[in-house]
Design a binder for this molecule. Structure first.
Ligand SMILES: C[S@@+](CC[C@H](N)C(=O)[O-])C[C@H]1O[C@@H](n2cnc3c(N)ncnc32)[C@H](O)[C@@H]1O
Length: 389
């Protein structure tokens, strides 16, 4: 049985994009699984196919092969080989070992928190392969435990059940991860995503180094989750306020502050939009503001609305920074391009009447690789801005 694509679907696969939407498929197998993908005749690749999913075809091997499973496991081996040095070098590391399509492993994310692995496999064809996946991970990495965090609502779109279960060992509730100069606790079973936002790891360490010795007075870590940006900068500021709308996130942030003996963090549960508006109106001033919001544009249609929301928070932050102050600002919406992001920041600076220097333009951590032909993999933008006047 095979999957036959429309001419547009064929062009997409030839241009090396692994996703084909249902509207670009002529003929689909009735059940999820691994199938060859063809145009009129030749096999263009092998894919995880799911007739229930909008993204019906997720190619993991371009061209033909006599052994598609071997090709899939080879992709896993390559993903692990890329990170194994870092995994072995630091038993406390927080690392992304597999980054889905960017590693030609459709919908598969594997994060390691101090060698406790958390797996999210959001393509239906992985379901019967999970035991074999765990066996291979054990063989190569010898982790302490492996947990399937299959509790995300996106699984319903794939027609998949939601559950959390160990795939190997006895996963603890929490693991302690080292990140630069700090350590933090990850809630493996209930933390956001797989437990932490590893894509910002290198930016957090970078920011901690950038502020060294500058002696900031007041800082805000807005959308702070478990306080990791705040902890990286805390030795160099008099006080940092962590803001998040989730009470559970702030419980974790408090625990992480205690773990690092950071007595200068405070915690405020609030909607960031309301809080920034109130603080700006009250004439508050800061030396450092971090903005790391969730993806405001989950769909392409939300792009304009998202850009307005990004502009609103960045504009308010820029207005509240003292001259010499820093804004570390991010967007993780892939529908907002890097060009859109910097254009939005330029407009915010102009409207705030501030002269702003770009001190760094960065992206996601090195273990979240980018594919040139798959723009969805270039999702995280991170800018460090300095207000000059
Ligand atoms: C991308 S995560 C932040 C990750 C964090 N900076 C880190 O490095 O670990 C976004 C956070 O924003 C919070 N959040 C979402 N909407 C919010 C809102 N309107 N106001 C405040 N916090 C919000 C979420 O609870 C989540 O913790």
């Amino acid at each position: 049985m095979k999957t036959v694509l429309t001419p547009r679907g064929v062009r997409r696969v030839l241009a090396r994009h692994p996703w084909v939407w249902r509207s670009d498929v002529v003929d689909l197998p009735p059940k999820p699984g691994i199938y060859p993908v063809t145009g009129k005749r030749e096999t263009l690749g092998w894919a995880m196919v799911n007739p229930l999913s909008q993204i019906s075809v997720r190619v993991f091997h371009f061209g033909d092969t006599g052994d598609p499973l071997a090709a899939l496991w080879k992709n896993l081996d390559q993903a692990l080989a890329y990170r194994i040095g870092a995994y072995r070098a630091d038993p406390e590391a927080g690392l992304r070992l597999a980054f889905a399509e960017a590693d030609l492993l459709p919908g598969l994310v594997i994060d390691s928190y101090a060698r406790h692995l958390v797996v999210q496999a959001h393509a239906a064809a992985w379901e019967p392969l999970l035991d074999e996946l765990a066996r291979r991970l054990q063989e190569t990495l010898k982790p302490h435990s492996i947990l399937a965090r299959h509790d995300s609502p996106v699984r319903e779109k794939e027609g998949l059940p939601r559950y959390v279960r160990p795939l190997a060992g006895d996963p603890p509730e929490t693991a302690v991860v080292g990140e630069g100069r700090i350590r933090y606790q990850v809630n493996l079973r209930a933390g956001q995503k797989t437990g932490a936002f590893l894509d910002q790891r290198d930016n957090r360490i970078f920011l901690g180094r950038e502020v060294e010795g500058r002696g900031y007075r007041r800082g805000l870590d807005v959308f702070g989750y478990q306080g990791l940006f705040a902890l990286q900068v805390s030795p160099h500021a008099e006080s940092i306020e962590v803001i998040d709308s989730s009470a559970a996130a702030l419980v974790a942030a408090r625990e992480n502050a205690a773990l690092n003996r950071a007595g200068n963090l405070t915690f405020t549960e609030a909607n960031a939009f309301d809080l920034l508006r109130e603080r700006e109106r009250a004439g508050e001033e800061y030396d450092l503001i971090i903005l790391d919001p969730p993806a405001f544009a989950a769909r392409k249609a939300d792009r304009e609305k998202a850009l307005r929301a990004y502009k609103e928070i960045n504009l308010r932050a820029l207005k509240m920074l003292r001259p010499g102050g820093l804004l570390a600002t991010a967007s993780c919406s892939h529908h907002v391009s890097e060009a859109d992001f910097y254009e939005m920041l330029s407009q915010a600076a102009a409207d705030a009447h501030r002269l702003v220097r770009i001190r760094a333009r960065r992206g996601q951590a090195w273990d979240h690789p980018l594919l040139l032909t798959v723009p969805e993999t270039h999702y995280l933008k991170f800018a460090l801005l300095e207000v000059l006047a």
